[in-house]
Ligand binder design. Structure first.
Ligand code: GDP
Length: 369
């Protein structure tokens, strides 16, 4: 191999010689990857398609060393998360790895939130969730990596907090970190060719350094795969369906107790007990919720998943994890959040259940809207 190729999952340098080592991919897979423009190392490929090497990224020595380097240097850490999949975006133990370094929490993909959602509420929610996992961000910012005009505020905020230090950008895959880094490179015009890659000390993981104007760098770290993301259970076509690209249009349903809503075949919502009331689905405009009777819902799913209710598509059904049920008692206006997919707002008290593929979180939060 003459040209250096990187895994688009973890950023490792692709190699075809040493199975089991970082960046390994079989020759055949490499050729296919090159043809489609998407080269994954075997590890990321298997995780993405078969979900079979659970946790390895989080215990992998290289990633731990990478995270450790973050605490050894006096730096600003920018943690990019996907506000649509907050729990799926968290890096377990990040607060321990960063040491005393300040963390700026950046919630990406704000463009898909309905305009009716107040940004201040979303930020407050992010701060509370961060505190729950021990992370105490110095500030929280919402942005959209897809919108060039949003970068000004981000760059100004980074400048405000970095106080002459290096900046490390960290995030799990799919949060939009690459899109963000590319946008930053474009904005800080003229430096495109100054980007260098070198390795994190003691690891074989590459970093990308974008020079800042005082001799310091903004450093992109490899994305860490988080296996609880819905994204890892789906093929590319489905991802396009579930990942909203435009502002979400809420869909309102009047439900009686004993009714169920399917969100494609990916998730299920049961209204178990309570007065007839409104339920509002905030999911990609391309997902059509399907209403049915709770008592028939199991049989309905068996019969129609991959057909009437999609994704997953028919050929993906056999590898698709079973749906796991989480029951919630609701007292006030509440969102039932399906990580990476969206949420359903429950407007009056009752008992409900949310179902998601095994490994994907369903949580309850005070309604954002
Ligand atoms: P990475 O794995 O964190 O580097 O993520 P990517 O940059 O590859 O982005 C993952 C997906 O999110 C892609 O489909 C992007 O198009 C999409 N994405 C990234 N940023 C945004 C954003 O600000 N808004 C929306 N709607 N989608 C985004």
């Amino acid at each position: 191999m003459t040209e250096v190729i990187h895994c688009i999952g973890c950023g490792a340098e692709i190699q075809t010689q040493a199975p089991g080592e970082l960046g390994y991919t079989p020759n055949g897979a490499l050729e296919k990857g090159l043809a489609t423009g998407e080269v994954y190392c075997q590890r990321c490929f298997r995780l993405r398609h078969y979900n079979d090497i659970q946790d390895v990224h989080l215990t992998d020595d290289d990633f731990l060393r990478l995270l450790n380097t973050l605490g050894q240097e006096d730096a600003l850490i920018v943690n990019v998360v996907d506000i649509f999949d907050f729990n799926g975006s968290l890096i377990p133990g990040l607060h321990r790895f960063v040491g005393d370094n300040p963390v700026l929490l950046v919630g990406n993909k704000v463009d898909i939130l309905p305009k009716s959602l107040k940004k201040s509420k979303m930020k407050q929610w992010m701060v509370e969730r961060a505190h729950e996992v021990g992370l105490r961000p110095i500030d929280v910012l919402l942005t959209s990596a897809k919108k060039p005009n949003e970068m000004e505020e981000l760059l100004a905020t980074i400048e405000k907090y970095r106080e002459g230090r290096n900046v490390y950008v960290v995030g799990v895959t799919n949060v939009g970190k690459s899109t963000l880094i590319n946008q930053i490179i474009k904005q800080t015009a003229g430096i495109q060719d100054l980007i260098t890659t070198s390795q994190f000390p003691g690891t074989t993981l590459d970093k990308i350094e974008i020079p800042l104007d005082d001799g310091h760098f903004l450093i992109d770290t490899p994305g860490i795969i988080h296996r609880h993301q819905m994204a890892h259970y789906l093929g590319k076509k489905d991802l396009r369906i579930i990942a909203p690209t435009k502002e979400i249009k809420p869909k309102i349903y009047q439900l009686n107790a004993g009714q169920t809503l399917f969100l494609g075949g990916l998730a299920r919502f049961d209204f178990i007990q309570g007065e007839r009331s409104s339920f509002i689905a905030y999911v990609s405009n391309d997902i059509e919720p399907h209403r049915t009777k709770l008592e028939n819902a199991d049989a309905f799913y068996e019969k129609h998943v991959g057909g009437l209710i999609q994704p997953p598509r028919v050929d993906e059904v056999k590898d698709f994890p079973e749906l796991i049920r989480f029951e919630f008692s609701v007292k006030e206006k509440t969102d039932i959040v399906f990580a990476g997919l969206g949420w359903i707002t429950v407007t009056s008290p009752g008992v409900v259940a949310g179902w998601a593929p095994k490994g994907v979180d369903v949580i309850k939060r005070k309604a954002l809207i």
